[in-house]
Design a protein. Structure first.
Length: 240
């Protein structure tokens, strides 16, 4: 998608008075840094996570779910790249499972997966007590190595063979996940992932146009593509 889903969630929280103008400005600055660098740094993700957890502590889960539906329909769905959505649809039409694997909150990821008709989502889970967020996580952020661990657990649970799975990503932070499956595909990759794709001979799907695609090795060009957040794990049912 264009932009980071956590940023649009922060905008939604600001509209509902959960975040202040200063809070939303901080999220906007982090989003701007991400666009300029063209890569998703672990420190950036951890910073967003800490800010988000602190700000939503005590917030009702039911209200968050309603807000996520509003944010997806208003801000996120229009920014999902049509070619990527069609790609997911083709896998679904071929009777294959399609999973969204993202560092975004499970409430947000779940709505996105539902709206797109995907099989399900693996995402970051916040701890809940008495119907409200505690400000802590259940497990770790679904990011980097945690994604590789997450899809391995998913495969074990559903009886999938990861060697028969395909993972799509735009970020080098997902290299642990990409190396875990039988087929890795880079989509609008950042500079580091583009280099790794060339090194490993992975297919590259680039939906950027003109100079953006031509300057693939430059962080600023990579930033113009899809923000990390939508990652698909695809696996067809056993064929005879």
């Amino acid at each position: 998608m264009h932009g980071a889903s956590i940023y649009w969630l922060a905008r939604g929280l600001a509209r509902h008075g959960v975040l202040s103008g200063r809070d939303i400005a901080g999220f906007a600055w982090k989003q701007a840094r991400f666009k300029l660098r063209g890569t998703e740094h672990h420190g950036h993700i951890q910073s967003v996570r800490a800010s988000a957890l602190e700000l939503v502590a005590g917030y009702p889960v039911a209200e968050m779910r309603q807000l996520c539906e509003e944010v997806v329909d208003r801000d996120i769905s229009p920014r999902i790249l049509a070619p990527v959505q069609r790609l997911a649809e083709r896998h679904l039409e071929a009777d294959q499972e399609v999973w969204l694997v993202t560092a975004s909150p499970i409430e947000l990821a779940g709505v996105i997966a539902t709206r797109l008709g995907l099989t399900g989502a693996l995402a970051t889970i916040a701890e809940v007590a008495d119907g409200c967020y505690t400000g802590r996580l259940v497990g770790d952020l679904m990011h980097g190595p945690a994604k590789a661990e997450g899809i391995a657990a998913l495969a074990a649970e559903r009886g999938l063979d990861l060697d028969q799975c395909t993972a799509y990503s735009d970020s080098a932070n997902d290299l642990p996940m990409l190396r875990k499956v039988g087929k890795a595909i880079a989509v609008n990759p950042d500079a580091r992932l583009a280099r790794q794709a060339r090194h490993h001979g992975w297919p590259v799907l680039d939906y950027r146009r003109g100079r953006r695609a031509a300057k693939l090795a430059l962080p600023s060009a990579a930033a113009a593509g899809v923000a990390a957040g939508l990652f698909y794990l695809l696996r067809g049912r056993d064929r005879e």
